[in-house]
Design a protein around this ligand. Structure first.
Ligand SMILES: [Zn+2]
Length: 317
């Protein structure tokens, strides 16, 4: 099988209930949902961004991957100190390349084949936020000042509503403008922080206010899919939002030839990585604690069972 082109949109704090409430006001996401499997992605406490994303990356609970405390904002625990194998490690070992752009909780950086521009809370020297560092030369000169890590360490920027929407536009355009050599990886990921800001500034219940932020993320979804033209698109958030706080109700979407259309599911964040590995026919490491989301696949367990029966009949197993 040729390697499929996979796009992963990591929308921090995208809330399952808010997506359902806003529905057609998010035209790109809503249209995509009709052609996809999507639903609630249950998160796990502690509802720290880095803790939750690390659970998604590793398919393990926080006590296993080790990113369990708030010190991740200072980079004391984070992407480079995850204690177990990540889905990126599995992909790399099996010859799949990955490129991660502004994905939350990918700081401090760890080795990824092929490149990484770290997301929130990334701040600091160029060498600390990108590898290979040359990739920063292919991004706009004011890129660093619009990164979530930079904006969240500057109080005036943190509280400027419009600036967050502008930041999303800047980040999206920087990503779309990357040269082909970076876009040609097997799994390319784009991270967005704008929806999380809406939660912490006023909360998702202020509809007009929240919609500005949700629509900024929705525009990114539409424009990035159009630019990348992936075979498979995944969307995940790390947690949802309840008023101005994080909630357990994250969001997941799986789109592509092998996934069912217009299919709502309810699943857990540790189930994402095994599902991506199953899609590619890769073995799932024994450290991974989640389950394959079989209900997302058009013809899942039935085919496997059939093959098993045939092998049995032939005396191979
Ligand atoms: Zn978060």
């Amino acid at each position: 099988m040729d390697k499929p082109k996979m796009l992963w949109l990591g929308i921090d704090c995208l809330d399952y209930n808010a997506v359902k409430k806003f529905n057609t006001n998010l035209p790109n996401l809503w249209a995509l949902m009709q052609k996809s499997t999507w639903g609630r992605l249950e998160s796990k406490k502690p509802l720290y961004t880095a803790s939750c994303w690390s659970s998604i990356f590793t398919s393990t609970q926080p006590e296993t991957h080790g990113v369990t405390w708030a010190k991740w904002k200072e980079g004391e625990v984070g992407f480079d100190s995850i204690k177990v194998i990540t889905m990126f490690d599995v992909l790399n070992r099996n010859g799949y390349t990955c490129g991660l752009f502004n994905m939350p909780a990918t700081f401090p950086i760890r080795d990824i084949n092929k490149w990484i521009v770290a997301g929130f809370p990334a701040v600091g020297e160029k060498e600390e936020i990108a590898k290979p560092v040359d990739i920063l030369n292919d991004l706009p000169s004011d890129f660093i000042s619009y990164t979530p890590g930079h904006m969240l360490t500057n109080r005036e920027m943190t509280e400027d509503f419009d600036l967050w929407v502008k930041s999303e536009t800047k980040m999206r355009n920087a990503f779309i403008g990357l040269p082909y050599k970076y876009k040609s990886v097997d799994l390319i990921a784009y991270g967005s922080t704008v929806v999380d800001r809406c939660t912490h500034l006023k909360g998702v219940n202020h509809k007009t206010f929240a919609l500005k932020f949700y629509r900024a993320a929705d525009t990114s979804i539409g424009q990035i899919i159009e630019a990348i033209k992936p075979d498979y698109t995944f969307i995940t958030s790390d947690h949802g939002a309840d008023g101005v706080c994080h909630s357990l109700n994250g969001f997941i979407l799986l789109n592509g030839a092998r996934f069912k259309e217009n299919n709502e599911i309810d699943t857990k964040q540790i189930n994402f990585a095994p599902t991506v590995l199953e899609l590619l026919g890769l073995n799932i490491p024994s450290t991974m604690e989640g389950q394959i989301i079989w209900e997302a696949f058009k013809s899942p367990a039935i085919d496997k069972e059939k093959i098993k029966q045939q092998l049995k009949a032939l005396g191979y197993i």
